[in-house]
Ligand binder design. Structure first.
Ligand code: ZN
Length: 640
């Protein structure tokens, strides 16, 4: 690497992160940047390069390997063609790279190579798209932004846009505004291109009278019941053909917009910038009639299907953004990442609509142009590359999730793609994971308010409850029946049985709305089948819980809910089992710690993770099994 190349690369990484770190300019993977420099090829010859942002990298977090080093002379040759289809263009861009391992460059690479100026920055700045989407004429936009700006009409990104710019006169300008799309600035230094970008955005902000974009504006009340929200999620999932998460954003700004009369007309006019259609569809759903929205989406596909290859099938017709007068702004997605993206884009779009309407009349791409982006081969390829996880789009509630078996289950459910709400007495449950798919509720699992808080959280943050895992339980100190303490007995029943009954009662209405059928797994114990002396309170309470689960299996089969039990024994890799306690118990039986740990027929150690795998198997598989018991105890001759 030449020192020039190293310095230029460092510059463009730094400036890209500044641009990408401002959500009013760039949201979630939007925008692209480049810098022109000189490299050395394998023969030692100097080669003119343009380092272009790689597809799949986010500008806000991009690093040096995120840029593809492309040969400028080859890109110039490609741009001299009259036409170039997307797939061929991408193939050619990959071949133009000096590094075969570099990412595929942004589809705007030809444009970056062509534009004058060492550094080129492209964003979808809200203020710029609000100006162009307000219906201002080109001359009016120039009068707001100044003479050194060229305004071009909307055209499909990629090769057509690069050709349009190549055919335009860009001498004497250092910025290009693309109507209904965004802004390019270019200069002899990355920092200069960035300050020019900010200068133009500030001029637009001033003209619009807007100072902040995408502000959620405080927390709206938790409107609607959990059953109403879970019903909406079931309908969205049915339309999508797969379980979907739904989040009530609780944005006061979203709620205000959703409650406006005429909200359907306001939002029917399309996305702020073309690429948003991938994340939000062209229009939000107004109200809750998912079937009508899906029918409208199918009709839209049919109207434009002739524009795509007949082999292309329609994307799912479920909404990604919902504006409901009572429930406010809601978003849907297969993952919590998709929820976040749709939510951010929705809030920025509402502001762009209002800003454009304030100075003119908001308008966006035509439906046909929008369709071309939504069904663009390159975008479809990106979507096809995403691998869904087995429990993606589903929601689990796990009790006793802060430690031991409960924690192992919660972590495995998260790893399998589920969104998880963990309940535990220990406040550590709130920080168990920093994933947006995790929520912790601190409280006594036998307290109705704890259970209610967990169900509320699961439904408002993720849309419903598909899986309930009862892992919370207590193992009271050993006591012979003759010395049984009332307090110990009552507490064992309260936590091990009563809490489970209350949880079952509270969660049933939403569990019955699970799109793929609800699943309940009770972490039971070997003691149900094979009790031991001195553990009356534990064995009796866990047996009552097991019976409760059997009744649930009977009562809830009609709702498609499967209720199964996992029966572990002697799981020692939990917080209760300190090395000292383990040594003491082993000595009590005259065994070594190792012998004590593996005191079962298979002579194997039963780990929390192994128990979690059995629980998750009941969640993921066995669609025809309910009321089953699965031992995870290394084999026990009293049970077999
Ligand atoms: Zn763009």
């Amino acid at each position: 690497m030449t020192t020039e190349l190293q310095r230029d690369l460092a510059d463009i990484v730094r400036v890209s992160r500044e641009l990408g770190g401002d959500p009013s300019l760039v949201l979630h993977g939007g925008g692209n940047t480049s810098i022109k420099t000189t490299g050395i090829d394998v023969t030692g010859a100097p080669v003119d390069l343009v380092l272009v942002k790689g597809s799949g990298w986010d500008l806000g977090t991009i690093e040096a390997p995120g840029f593809a080093p492309l040969r400028r002379d080859r890109l110039a040759e490609l741009l001299s063609l009259a036409e170039l289809d997307d797939v061929t263009m991408v193939n050619e861009m990959r071949q133009a790279s000096l590094d075969a391992a570099a990412p595929t460059a942004s589809i705007e690479a030809l444009l970056h190579a062509y534009l004058p100026g060492k550094a080129v920055l492209h964003s979808h700045a809200n203020a710029i798209v609000a100006l162009t989407n307000s219906g201002l004429s080109d001359a009016e936009i120039v009068s707001v932004l100044g003479e050194r700006v060229l305004v071009l009409p909307y055209i499909m990104p990629g090769f057509p846009l690069a050709r349009l710019i190549a055919d335009s006169d860009v001498s004497g300008v250092d910025a290009v505004v693309l109507r209904n799309h965004g802004l390019f600035t270019f200069a002899d230094a990355a920092d200069t291109a960035l300050s020019r970008h900010r200068e133009l955005v500030a001029l637009a902000d001033t003209h619009l009278g807007v100072s902040t974009w995408g502000n959620p504006g405080g927390t709206a009340p938790a409107s609607g019941t959990v059953t109403e929200l879970a019903t909406l999620r079931r309908d969205v999932s049915r339309a999508a053909g797969t379980p979907m998460l739904v989040r009530q954003t609780r944005s006061a700004r979203g709620a205000e917009f959703a409650a406006r009369p005429g909200v359907a007309e306001l939002t029917r006019r399309g996305t702020a910038t073309p690429e948003h259609v991938i994340h939000t569809k062209r229009t939000p759903m107004i109200g809750r009639d998912v079937e009508a929205y899906a029918a409208e989406y199918r009709a839209y596909f049919e109207r434009h299907a002739a524009r795509v290859n007949p082999a292309v099938s329609p994307l799912h017709p479920a909404p990604r953004v919902v504006l409901d007068p009572e429930l406010g702004l809601l978003v849907t997605g297969a993952t919590t990442k998709e929820l976040k993206i749709a939510g951010d884009i929705a809030l920025h779009t509402l502001d762009v609509i209002d800003a454009a309407d304030a100075i003119g009349t908001y308008g966006s791409l035509s439906e046909a142009d929008s369709f071309d982006i939504e069904y663009w081969t390159l975008e479809q390829l990106k979507l096809a590359g995403k691998q869904a996880k087995p429990l993606g789009g589903e929601v689990a509630v796990v009790t006793g999730a802060a430690s031991g078996i409960g924690r192992a289950i919660a972590e495995l459910l998260l790893a399998q793609g589920a969104a998880v709400v963990g309940i535990d007495l220990n406040a550590a449950v709130t920080t168990l994971s920093d994933s947006d798919s995790w929520r912790g509720v601190t409280g006594d699992v036998s307290a109705p308010e704890t259970i209610e808080a967990a169900v509320e959280t699961a439904v408002r943050e993720f849309g419903g409850v598909d899986m309930v895992v009862v892992a919370a339980g207590i193992f009271p100190p050993s006591q012979a029946l003759a010395e049984l303490d009332d307090e110990v007995w009552d507490r064992a029943f309260r936590v091990n049985v009563t809490a489970v009954a209350r949880l079952f009662r509270a969660v049933h209405p939403v569990l019955a709305l699970a799109p793929n059928g609800g699943r309940v797994v009770l972490v039971s114990t070997k003691n149900v089948a094979a009790p031991g002396p001195g553990v009356a309170a534990y064995s009796a309470s866990k047996t009552a819980a097991a019976q409760l689960a059997r009744v649930a299996a009977l009562e809830w089969a009609a709702d498609g809910i499967r209720v199964n039990q996992v029966e572990p024994d002697a799981v020692f890799d939990t917080a209760i089992w300190t090395p000292e306690l383990l040594a003491a118990r082993a000595a009590n039986y005259g065994l070594s710690v190792e012998e004590y740990r593996t005191r079962n027929l298979l002579r194997t150690e039963v780990r929390s993770r192994t128990v979690a795998e059995a629980v998750v198997a009941f969640c993921e598989r066995f669609p025809a099994t309910t009321g089953a018991h699965l031992s995870v105890d290394g084999g026990n001759d009293r049970v077999i």
